[in-house]
Design a protein around this ligand. Structure first.
Ligand code: ARG
Length: 570
């Protein structure tokens, strides 16, 4: 089905084209008002085009009112202020649209969705446990993926793992000398982390260990069989561990092309940069200098000893993507500390005239308010521990609220609520702000939290179930919007697709979260104002059940865009 704004725009365009034949208008901005005083929707067309048409805005608005083409959508128009047009939509039309929610998909064919959107996210460094810092990249990236998919883009989810670099020389030395086989068998990554730390501690006293590590690294780079086997093993055990976290979070990738994948392409990048005169030799290294106005540090792409750097690998990655995908845009999700890195990369690609759209979607660091949990294990909080803790706490709450549920159902609800709460705590915030993680806040059944939203969803399901028990099997497909609270809710439900577009344009999942929260609140206002099941008029009763059902659908779809599941009871 078409977006409601698009339907209204169609009527305005026809009307306007009839009045002003000399100009070929292509679009009219139509916006939801969220305030009854200004109508359901509003347009500033008259003001925006007053110069072009050499007419004053109010008279343009008046002409539109006088010449509005016949239609079944608009109830009435009003002129407001300097020339806004307030648009009131017919109830029957709203009803028709709401009825289609969940039965027909929204049409997004007015968006340019050609090619692939590559989303580069999660991307942990091998041989390290996933910690709380990876949570943000992982869940924000996944939500952005879901948002683009919803809009009909072809999405490539790329886990750009850190699987190449100097740490492997050290790990190999550690593995050969201090590995505890038993611990490695049980918790491979933890043991790898331990030998890495052990290496650093020992190297402080025996600096010759660093030389040994370098030798092992060179051997690895030259394809030495034993070291290559070890390196592959480190990657495998790490990915096995990460996969457990991804599964639990319901997150998946299309490709896992890590840094090593691009290794052979690095010399070619240096050649290309030389050929285009972008790079300069500086004290034996290959360096790119930027204009003063760019306010960027010089970027080293090859060290004196021939080694390539993070920036080189990102340039090789873009080249590879250009050659292997039909890029619509590339979205990188990392923390705020990589802003300069990506500014450098984007500037260099500009010099190379690689003009595909790229965005660095950065986020603030997450911290704990609850010192106990963070200090217990030092400053690294394993993601699995974090999720276990959330689920444990969710279980306790469910157990109090609903002691009669079966054990299996309680655990299932606890998993959905706990994991959802962790994701929502992250996704509901403006991603650029720092987050303070507070258990009681994120697991609360009130306020802007996922348990609250999941609870509203469950409330809708229980309402529908009760209705069935009262003998109302078929709730039909007709809406009758009478009370203000019903109409407000209906309008809100129809804003969903537009919100998803804004979330994609700004790569901000929190816009979806805010929207679901607002909609859930409107549902509660409606639910509290109208004793739905007590209504004697069967038609009205069914209409209200239908509106509730559609609300449930929108909340579920919205949460799904955040990667959060729902349950029917909680
Ligand atoms: N592995 C990096 C890290 O943990 C993130 C990689 C981000 N993606 C990229 N193409 N640079 O910091």
């Amino acid at each position: 089905m078409r977006l409601i704004e698009k339907e209204i725009e169609g009527i305005f365009l026809n009307t306007i084209k009839n009045i002003y034949k000399e100009v070929d208008f292509e679009s009219v901005q139509i916006q939801a008002t969220n305030n009854e005083k200004f109508g359901d929707y509003q347009t500033n067309f008259a003001m925006v085009n007053s110069k072009l048409l050499k007419l004053n805005p109010r008279s343009i608005a008046q002409s539109i009112l006088d010449n509005l083409e016949m239609n079944d959508i608009i109830e009435k128009l009003e002129i407001a202020g300097p020339g806004f047009i307030n648009i009131f939509v017919k109830n029957e039309f709203l009803s028709e649209k709401i009825v289609k929610i969940g039965e027909e998909n929204f049409e997004f064919d007015f968006i340019d969705r050609k090619g692939d959107v590559i989303i580069d996210y999660s991307s942990p460094n091998i041989a390290k446990r996933m910690h709380i810092g990876h949570l943000r990249s992982t869940v924000i990236g996944d939500s952005i993926k879901r948002i683009y998919k919803y809009l009909g883009y072809n999405v490539v989810a790329d886990n750009h793992i850190g699987d190449w670099g100097t740490q492997f020389g050290k790990l190999i030395v550690g593995y050969n000398n201090w590995l505890n086989q038993e611990a490695y068998g049980k918790e491979a990554i933890e043991e790898l982390e331990r030998i890495y730390v052990e290496f650093s501690n020992r190297a402080e006293e025996n600096p010759e260990l660093e030389d040994l590590a370098r030798e092992e690294l060179v051997k690895l780079q030259q394809g030495d069989e034993k070291n290559s086997t070890l390196w592959k093993e480190f990657i495998r055990v790490s990915l096995d561990e990460y996969e457990k976290v991804y599964n639990r979070l319901d997150i998946s990738f299309d490709t896992y092309n890590g840094e090593s994948f691009y290794n052979d392409m690095m010399p070619g990048i240096i050649d290309l940069l030389k050929e285009k005169n972008i790079v300069k030799e500086d004290q034996g290294a290959q360096v790119i200098f930027f204009d003063e106005k760019d306010n960027l540090h010089p970027c080293i792409v090859q060290k004196k000893d021939g080694a390539f750097l993070y920036a080189t690998s990102d340039l090789a990655t873009i080249k590879y993507r250009k050659e292997n995908y039909d890029i619509n845009k590339i979205v990188y999700v990392t923390d705020e500390r990589q802003q300069d890195h990506f500014r450098q990369i984007f500037k260099i690609t500009e010099m190379l005239e690689w003009n595909e759209e790229k965005s660095h979607v950065w986020f603030g660091i997450m911290r704990f308010a609850d010192g106990i949990f963070s200090s217990r294990k030092g400053n690294v909080i394993k993601l699995t521990d974090l999720l276990d803790e959330a689920v444990k706490r969710a279980y306790e709450i469910v157990n109090i609220k609903n002691p009669t549920l079966s054990e299996e159902e309680k655990s299932n609800i606890a998993e959905v609520v706990g994991v959802g709460a962790v994701k929502y705590a992250d996704l509901s915030q403006n991603r650029q702000s720092a987050i303070i993680f507070e258990w009681d806040k994120i697991l609360s059944f009130e306020g802007n939290t996922s348990p609250y939203l999941q609870y509203v969803y469950a409330r809708v399901q229980s309402l529908l179930k009760k209705a069935k028990e009262q003998g109302i099997e078929d709730i039909g497909n007709k809406l009758n919007l009478i009370e203000a609270s019903e109409r407000n809710l209906a309008l809100s439900l129809l804003q969903f697709p537009t919100i998803v577009i804004s979330a994609a344009n700004s790569n901000k999942p929190n816009l979806v979260a805010d929207y679901i929260f607002e909609t859930a609140k409107k549902f509660n206002t409606f639910y509290n104002a109208i004793p739905i099941l007590k209504e004697e008029n069967q038609e009205l009763l069914k209409s209200r059940l239908l509106l509730a059902k559609k609300t449930g659908k929108v909340i579920k779809d919205g949460l799904e865009l955040l990667g959060i599941k729902t349950v029917n009871r909680m």
